[in-house]
Ligand binder design. Structure first.
Ligand SMILES: [Zn+2]
Length: 89
């Protein structure tokens, strides 16, 4: 899972500082190809508000849900439309 330092780390979408008071989403590492357009978002953190407005969010979510199923089939997790990740039952 991404490691962030409130007040120092930046949002992977807007590049502004993530404040302790911000609503933040953190994503685990699931993209392992540096050339992948989602490389900077995987294993990183973003403002929840940025994710909700990000045009690529649906595609990113789909990538996560497919990749996680392949990489960690014994612990299925799903990204929801708002970017939160829940354990699949
Ligand atoms: Zn942001």
């Amino acid at each position: 899972m991404a490691i962030i330092f409130a007040g120092k780390s930046t949002c992977a979408i807007c590049q502004n500082i993530l404040l302790a008071t911000d609503e933040i989403l953190m994503f685990p590492a699931f993209i392992h190809d540096r050339a992948d357009p989602f490389w900077d978002i995987s294993d990183n953190a973003v403002h929840s508000t940025c994710f909700k407005q990000w045009p690529e969010a649906p595609a990113f979510r789909e990538r996560f849900n497919q990749a996680w199923r392949q990489q960690v089939p014994h612990h299925l997790r799903l990204m929801q439309a708002d970017g939160t990740i829940i354990d699949a039952v």
